[in-house]
Design a protein around this ligand. Structure first.
Ligand code: B1M
Length: 211
């Protein structure tokens, strides 16, 4: 049986090598990629989040855990990509302007690729001009991730910039991230909201009317 608990604990300790080794072994043992993600990597990062909130962990510990998360994700990404055959749609995803958090964004990208989409990673701290540029280049859906309440308003700026450029009718906007809600999406005129990486795939398909 795959050691998902070991992956979770090693991630909390920030032991990137151990996470890499255990994720590799779990894959060889045919564990489901979704289980490795949810019960191993994400479960570990949730504990890190709680510890950070309770001042038991500080920024360096969180960064080390994030590096361990990336080490595990590197192994899973090609497997998720492999499951998609032909791209079913073109998506660009970035973290909101002023926001440096990228773990959730990267997970969303991995899941979307796994769901069969062609995904452009715009990175972190993405200005509205960059989102507009990608919409002009033919992206069908723009995904924006924000983890800070202070960076949420820049999602609205993107929606407004797309409207100003006359692009809002041909590109959908999906938003997500820990502080984001459906009510906020409605408030700023985003087309959709998704609470997690897995449902982001369903939401993207719904918005692009892909059966
Ligand atoms: Co930051 N941080 N952080 N941090 N950090 C939070 C977000 C915070 C809640 C911690 C806390 O106080 N409890 C808090 C925000 C408070 C607030 O605004 N309400 C916070 C703060 C305050 C800060 C700094 C300001 C700290 C400081 O410097 N004093 C600073 C800001 C830097 C900046 O961005 N300008 C900062 C910095 C950092 C690190 C650099 C140390 C590091 C980021 C490393 C990295 O990303 N490479 C970090 C981390 C790791 C966190 C926590 C601990 C974990 C975030 C994470 O990766 N979660 C976080 C506490 C927490 O969330 N419990 C915290 C795991 C990830 C899988 O979940 O990103 O929510 P999440 O993504 C989910 C869903 O939200 C959803 O799907 C994902 C998977 O299911 N989702 C989408 C996300 N994006 C989506 C997009 C979609 C759809 C779904 O469609 C497009």
């Amino acid at each position: 049986m795959a050691d998902l608990e070991g992956i979770k604990e090693s991630l909390i300790k920030g032991d990137a090598n151990k996470v890499k080794e255990l994720v590799g072994t779990a894959v060889k043992e045919n564990a489901l990629v979704g289980d490795i993600l949810n019960q191993g990597l994400i479960a570990g990062m949730n504990v890190v989040g709680t510890k950070f909130k309770n001042n038991e962990f500080y920024v360096p510990e969180v960064l080390i855990a994030a590096r361990a998360m990336h080490a595990g994700m590197e192994i899973l990404e090609p497997l998720l990509e492999k499951s998609g055959i032909k791209p079913i749609g073109k998506i660009a995803v970035g973290t909101a302007k002023g926001d440096l958090h990228d773990i959730g964004k990267n997970l969303v990208i991995m899941m979307l690729k796994g769901g069969g989409f062609q995904v452009e990673d715009l990175g972190i701290d993405v200005a509205e001009e960059k989102f507009v540029e990608t919409a002009k280049a033919g992206t069908q859906l723009i995904g924006i991730s924000a983890l800070l309440t202070t960076t949420m308003p820049s999602m609205k700026t993107v929606v407004e910039a797309l409207k100003a450029a006359g692009l809002k009718d041909r590109v959908k906007v999906m938003i997500g991230g820990a502080p984001i809600t459906q009510a906020y999406a409605d408030e700023i005129g985003a087309d959709g909201y998704s609470p997690d990486a897995a449902s982001a795939v369903d939401k993207a398909k719904e918005l692009l009317e892909i059966k």
